[in-house]
Design a binder for this molecule. Sequence first.
Ligand SMILES: Cc1ncc(COP(=O)(O)O)c(C=O)c1O
Length: 395
Amino acid sequence: MRPLASRLSVLTGEGALTVYSRAKELERQGRSIIHLELGEPDFHPAEPVIAALEKALRDGKDRYCPMAGVPALKDELAAYLHRTRNLNVSPESVVIAPGCKIALFMAMMAIIEPGDEVLWPDPGFPGYPSITRGFGGVPVPFGLTEKNGFQPDPDEIAAKITPRTKAILLNSPCNPTGSVYSDEVQRRIAELAVKHDLYVLSDEIYARIIYGQKYISMLSYPGMAERTLIIDGFSKSFAMTGWRLGYAIAPPELVPHLVMLAINSYTCVAEFTQLAAIEALRDSTGATPRMVAEFQKRRGQFIGDLNRVPGFRCIPPEGAFYAWVNIEETGMTAEEVCRIMLEEAGVAGIAGAAFGEMGRKFVRFSFASSTATLKEAVARIQKVSAAWQGAAATR
Ligand SMILES: Cc1ncc(COP(=O)(O)O)c(C=O)c1O
């Protein structure tokens, strides 16, 4: 066979999907598995969203539609971002995409030239370095460390900026650490972006899933409007992962280019899902705050329980729905801890290296499962923790 494009060999997958496959295989063998590996809310969209979807289909809204997105959804998104993030964005700056990941992919395709350096938070969403490499760019990690509360360090970022740096990827609240970047940190990063004329790709997919503090978008800072692309979607905030609905908010000059990428790939996003998404944004039944309140309850219980497992240490996340657990004190590698948990206890979590080198001593669990399931998961982990207590003792 003729060789395939070399860009394929630089792409990497997602740890969550690999663990999920193994967990499913064990289930097929009759094992009971608690799935804490995937980043998927265990909720479904609210009733008015489903009703709007049905109505749209009955009304025949299943044709090709505007490439940048249905105007009514773009209008609603502008109002939503004003209401929830205090942003003044024009509906013209919105491009609807089939999933947040595609919005990210297109934004990166529009910006990255071969050889361009892209700064990304390590640990971070696995797509950031993979997609960067796929477009011939060079991913340059900046660390999110426990001693720094998993905040980016603007001094480290400044030191890593070179004449080849093209963009900074940010993700607050952060997957996997759950940190919400502070105003001070974001302000300093914004100043660096202006000073060095960099694009900022702000992945705000968890912006609504935040526990008790006010969210500040990167787009709010001086000089950001002309260089920031917000990447967001409906998967997490509205429990619509399988709908594949996301969007980019881009500076006006970039919008036609993103639309050109849409024309050359997916053409448009299904009109019936876009019309239903308007109802999700209006959230007339308060589904999102209810879901977040439930996550907050689970967070309290789960983080407390995890901190009682020998060798585990976990700072409560400020946003998103992940527990990012330091397992250094177990005396084992994160891969070994995850293997024992899955194979012997039937609890699926992800070894942190899947999110970058800085994640090596961590394990990520999603707490988007019921409080009873999370209790049971920790009870199972407690039972097998003797395995690493032995390892820690013989160190
Ligand atoms: C930080 C981050 N960005 C993007 C995505 C992709 O979202 P979507 O499912 O809408 O493509 C995820 C999904 O897990 C994520 O955690």
